[in-house]
Design a protein around this ligand. Structure first.
Ligand SMILES: [Zn+2]
Ligand SMILES: [Zn+2]
Length: 761
């Protein structure tokens, strides 16, 4: 007999891991102890080495579904400790915290069954959970993950729950957030004025009444408060839109079950897998053709964001009564999602007709995740609830320094690294909003504490005026650590490389709306070559003057005017023609932009698809929605060499569009031809880059690649001519994913050329 010390690192806390080990050890008839440490769990067992090794080999194979085992360190042949039983020891606070915390996970099948079983002591109890499901990230205040360090600390367990907690045969053995109606949190219903009208089970029936009457209900979920209403009468959603001042941005819809989803949308098998999986993001699904008209007020494009219920409260709210409800984050004009009861009642006064709240505190706000499904997995627009704070493995090296990357501004994000992991944050929002900026700073501190990260360098965008850059400068001064400003499109480029764990040099097509270039102009239609250390700009698009600067981002007609004028079209009859002419002639507040997003905006306005945008990227979204998908035609264009840059000259294309419009060619065909032209142009730019450098791997990044039309066609065209193509898989292609790229570039600069990802090329 001897003793073995087994350290298991990864997401192994709060996922039923210790009970699993306990049962496994008992099968082998061994004695010892297990404890949570800040790096995972630590197991000590007495036994024969061969038997101990067999047990260790079984751990990864039989671990609970939510566990993510990163590695297992073992030491055999230690002196026998003489254990007489198997014990779960108290948590040990280690100096180095390396714990991976589980995201919030949707209710499991076992809990759902109990929820629906009359006579079960948790029948209809909205806070039912077990070791396999329930809230985690949103209730954890600190590590190690124990009840006292969560929002559940104020709910001492009743004798029944306590017995379950200590019973190894029970599914709730050591389930930290476990509770029942006797000892746990309770729901409460308030009217529009904030008067409490019902508590407990009755509050849910009162909430249902609100929905039945076609009114708007505020519901406190896992990561924040949502606003809900029925979708079967457009007036309900339109009222919500008006009260929330959410002009035209699509609403997400929560459906009772997958068969309800099928009533409204096409669902491919891989989409069903992600919709019904335990993370429950909002998935963008194609609306059924015959449902288009009735769903138009919810989403003005071809897709509808759909999610299934994930918390027990959601299931109870739906019951059998509703098929589909609008479910939108309760936040006002770019503020963070509301999460406190008093605040919800105050801020949603005049918006919500009733409130379904509860007394379990949301420690950390976390919005719903949003994705589409590409190649069988999530392609994120927003990586948040259900995924965060799960880290992204960026390197096999563990001895890397830690860095903080501060992201951009409008779709703000940060990312901290530790060892071979990056921890991207949840959805934050636009930092120009004061509360959002505060939330951003608070979450940086929270992540640093949770994962015990002390950054040794800070990365930020090259744009000095971004609030994230300002924050980064202050922190760098305060902590006396180096600051690395990173060019925006280089960061996108590196983000996609790190996302796919690429090393060496690649070609990148980085298309987005706006990012400051190294020459002081606005970039965004870039073809780059290089790697983490440097990139070279080899291709771009002919810059467009943005008449009135930022105003042109909303007033798409201004971009259209500039495109038309530069292409030699007659613009004299256009609105404000004289003013715009004068501004262009004088170069007055007409910054040049090579942003692909702006080109989309301008073309959308020329085609009369959208002239005034009410949300960011609307022109591009609607242009994509208008496109005739079977159209394969192209428009004329030129690629011109200017200095070392291969520029997409769009003037002939714009000219041709105007001609086609005169011929009454359908707008759908023209929208498609425009995007086909971009694809053709991109392939040519990549071919030129390959000729020059010999590189044949292409990464695609930037917000423009939220466009499914492009994403479903461009890679195919590139592969046809021999390129390998990589798109984002683990973080968003838009600015939310930017911080990952900044972080890896900072690591690279700190390491002065050390191979960061540890992958061969
Ligand atoms: Zn469960
Ligand atoms: Zn209880």
């Amino acid at each position: 007999m001897e003793r073995a010390l087994i350290k298991i690192n990864g997401i192994v806390q709060g996922v039923g891991f210790r009970p699993f080990i306990h049962r496994l050890v008992r099968e082998y008839g061994l004695n010892g102890t297990i404890r949570n440490t800040s790096s995972g769990v630590e197991l000590e067992l007495d036994g024969e080495e061969s038997i101990l090794k067999r047990l260790v080999a079984e751990i990864p194979q039989r671990a609970p579904g939510l566990a993510v085992i990163e590695d297992i360190e073992t030491q055999y042949g230690l002196a026998c400790a003489g254990f007489t039983a198997f014990e779960i020891a108290n948590s040990k606070q280690e100096a180095i915290r390396n714990t991976l915390i589980s995201p919030d996970i949707c209710i499991c099948d076992d809990c759902l069954r109990e929820l629906k079983t009359p006579g079960d002591r948790r029948y209809h109890y909205p806070f039912i959970n077990c070791t396999n499901c329930g809230p985690r990230f949103t209730i954890i205040k600190d590590v190690p993950y124990d009840r006292v360090k969560t929002s559940m600390s104020c709910f001492p367990m009743c004798p029944d729950c306590d017995a379950e907690y200590h019973d190894i045969e029970n599914r709730r053995y050591h389930a930290q957030p476990d509770a029942c109606p006797v000892c746990g949190p309770a729901a409460v219903f308030l009217d529009a004025e904030g008067n409490i009208l019902a508590e407990g089970e009755e509050s849910i029936s009162r909430a249902k009444e609100v929905l039945k009457e076609g009114k708007i209900l505020a519901v406190k979920g896992l990561g924040g408060v949502h606003l809900a209403c029925r979708i079967d009468n457009r007036i309900f959603a339109e009222t919500l839109r008006r009260r929330k001042e959410r002009d035209e941005k699509p609403f997400a819809v929560m459906c009772r079950d997958i068969s309800c989803v099928r009533e409204y949308c096409e669902v491919r098998p891989e989409e069903e897998r992600i919709l019904t999986g335990n993370r429950r993001p909002i998935v963008l699904l194609r609306k059924k053709g015959e449902r288009e008209a009735e769903l138009r007020h919810l989403s003005e494009n071809r897709y509808l964001g759909v999610l299934l219920p994930f918390s027990p409260l959601d299931y109870l709210l739906f019951g059998e009564e509703f098929d589909a409800l609008v479910m939108t984050s309760a936040n006002l004009s770019d503020m963070p999602i509301l999460h406190r009861n008093e605040e919800a009642v105050e801020k949603l006064h005049g918006i919500a007709d009733g409130f379904l709240l509860h007394n379990r505190e949301i420690q950390t706000r976390c919005d719903d995740s949003l994705c589409m499904v590409i190649d069988g997995s999530e392609y994120f627009f927003r990586r948040s609830r259900g995924y965060v704070p799960q880290p992204v493995r960026i390197s096999k090296w563990e001895d890397l320094p830690s860095v903080l990357a501060c992201g951009a501004e409008q779709k703000a994000s940060f990312c901290l690294t530790k060892g071979g992991y990056a921890f991207p944050c949840q959805h934050i929002g636009d930092l120009k909003n004061f509360e959002t900026y505060e939330h951003y700073q608070e979450q940086i501190r929270h992540f640093q504490r949770l994962f015990d990260i002390v950054p040794q360098a800070i990365a930020c965008d090259l744009h000095p005026d971004y609030l994230s850059s300002e924050y980064a400068r202050e922190m760098s001064d305060h902590l006396k650590i180096p600051l690395f400003p990173v060019q925006h499109h280089h960061a996108h480029f590196a983000s996609c490389m790190a996302d796919n764990r690429l090393e060496g040099d690649v070609i990148g097509l980085i298309w987005d709306g706006t990012g400051l270039g190294t020459d002081g102009t606005i970039w965004g239609g870039e073809c780059l070559t290089g790697g983490y250390e440097h990139v070279y700009r080899v291709g771009s698009i002919k810059p467009v003057p943005l008449i009135g600067g930022d105003r042109a981002v909303k007033e798409l007609d201004r971009v259209a005017f500039a495109l038309l004028r530069e292409s030699g079209a007659d613009v004299s009859g256009k609105e404000n023609a004289q003013l715009y002419e004068a501004m262009l002639a004088a170069g007055l507040n007409c910054p040049l932009s090579s942003g692909m997003g702006r080109l989309f905006d301008g073309i959308a306005a020329i085609l009369n698809i959208k002239n005034l945008a009410s949300y960011e990227g609307q022109g591009a979204v609607l242009l994509e929605a208008a496109a005739e998908e079977k159209e394969t035609g192209l428009l004329p264009f030129e690629l011109v060499k200017e200095k070392d840059l291969l520029l997409f000259d769009w003037r002939k294309m714009v000219e041709a569009l105007v001609e086609e419009q005169k011929k009454k060619t359908p707008i759908g065909c023209l929208a498609a031809r425009f995007m086909n032209t971009l694809i053709q142009m991109a392939v040519m730019q990549c071919e030129a880059a390959r000729e020059k450098t010999g590189l044949s791997r292409v990464v695609l990044s930037g917000g423009t690649f939220q466009n499914r039309y492009l994403l479903e066609r461009l890679p195919e065209h590139l592969r046809e001519v021999g390129f390998s193509v990589y798109h984002h898989r683990r973080v968003s292609c838009n600015d939310e994913g930017l911080s990952l790229g900044q972080a890896v570039i900072a690591l690279y600069r700190l390491g002065k050329g050390k191979n960061v990802s540890g992958c061969s090329t």
